[in-house]
Structure formats: structure tokens, C-alpha cells
Design a protein around this ligand. Structure first.
Ligand SMILES: [Zn+2]
Ligand SMILES: [Zn+2]
Length: 181
């Protein structure tokens, strides 16, 4: 699998897993396929729970707004999961780099790929380009979806058009109340 220069697929995969957590280990593996990963994962004892723990650690990075602390959390994740880069040509993908040890389990691969991908994404696109859906900032709105901002202008606040519209309607109503009183 290819870590593109922006780490985009890995961080988008992490968001997809966080926003829609699969019911089974097979579901998690299927999601890695959706995002272009081709490798077989070595079976571990408790892959689904361990993968969830990887996602929960990543969500701490997502929810940390201070760049310095965000970097520290990510550095700790990188130190725990990644290894020196290696050239590999598995599954007919062509030569590319892996930032982890060979022959690893699903949670370990996720930890390495997600931490490296997130580090590349934040350092190339901007440290602020990861967070939760802006609709969730409004009182009574339950959206907690992760938003990975890969837009050109860096202004993506919502996880979906639906959330953007819902929030816009609320802002419009709030303005209406202010002018009416
Ligand atoms: Zn690969
Ligand atoms: Zn949303």
C-alpha cells in the first residue's frame, strides 16, 4: 500500500473507522481494502478490541487542539508503533515504503499506518486539519464524526453536506431571533 506524500488515505481510513466502527474483525479488514491496502494480516488473539484501542488513542490526537500537545501525543504513538522505513514490493503493488516491521497483526499495522499517515497529513497540510464535525459544536447536536480536512482552502468544518446544512439552518434561525427581538 502506498503512503502518498500527504498521508491522505491512512488518515481518511482512520476517520472512516472512527465514524463507522465495523462489527467484526473481517469488517475492519474490508475497510482497509476499501482504502487501498492489499496485505494479509497475521491473526492476533483479540484483533478487534486491540484495533479499537488504536482508534481510541488516535481520537485523543483528534480531540487535542493545541498543536504542541497534539504533536507530543502523535510522537508517542509514532514511537510505539512505527519503525525505520523499509522498501517493499508485496502483493504486486510495486516498490514502496513501509514504516513498520514486517509480518504484523491488524492492530499493529493500523497503529503504524495511522500514526505515520496522520503525521504526514498534519505536517504537510497543516496541524489544524483534523478535528470533529462543526455541527457537534451546536447545543443539542449529536454529531461527533471526525473531519479530515483535505480541501484546497483548508476550511472543511463539517463531516457531510447534511451536517453543514443543518448547522447553517440553525445559524439562520438564531440570527432571525436576534433581529426579531
Ligand atoms: Zn504496502
Ligand atoms: Zn457531522
Amino acid at each position: 500500500m502506498h503512503l502518498n506524500p500527504y498521508g491522505e488515505y491512512a488518515v481518511l481510513m482512520a476517520a472512516s473507522l472512527a465514524n463507522d466502527w465495523p462489527e467484526t474483525r473481517e469488517g475492519i479488514v474490508a475497510r482497509t481494502r476499501d482504502f487501498g491496502m492489499t496485505m494479509e494480516f497475521r491473526a492476533g488473539a483479540d484483533d478487534r478490541a486491540a484495533s479499537r484501542a488504536v482508534l481510541d488513542e488516535w481520537l485523543r490526537v483528534v480531540d487535542e487542539r493545541d498543536p504542541q500537545t497534539r504533536a507530543s501525543l502523535l510522537n508517542a504513538a509514532l514511537a510505539a508503533a512505527s519503525a525505520y522505513p523499509r522498501l517493499t514490493d508485496h502483493d504486486g503493488e510495486g516498490w514502496h515504503l513501509h514504516y513498520r516491521d514486517t509480518d504484523q497483526t491488524l492492530p499493529h499495522v493500523l497503529a503504524a499506518v495511522i500514526s505515520v499517515g496522520t503525521a504526514l497529513h498534519l505536517t504537510t497540510r497543516g496541524m489544524h486539519r483534523l478535528g470533529r464535525c462543526g455541527a457537534g459544536d451546536d447545543a443539542g447536536d449529536g454529531c461527533r464524526n471526525v473531519v479530515v480536512d483535505v480541501t484546497r482552502n483548508g476550511r472543511q468544518r463539517y463531516c457531510s453536506v447534511r451536517c453543514a446544512n443543518r448547522s447553517a439552518v440553525r445559524r439562520h434561525r438564531a440570527r432571525g431571533r436576534i433581529t426579531a427581538s
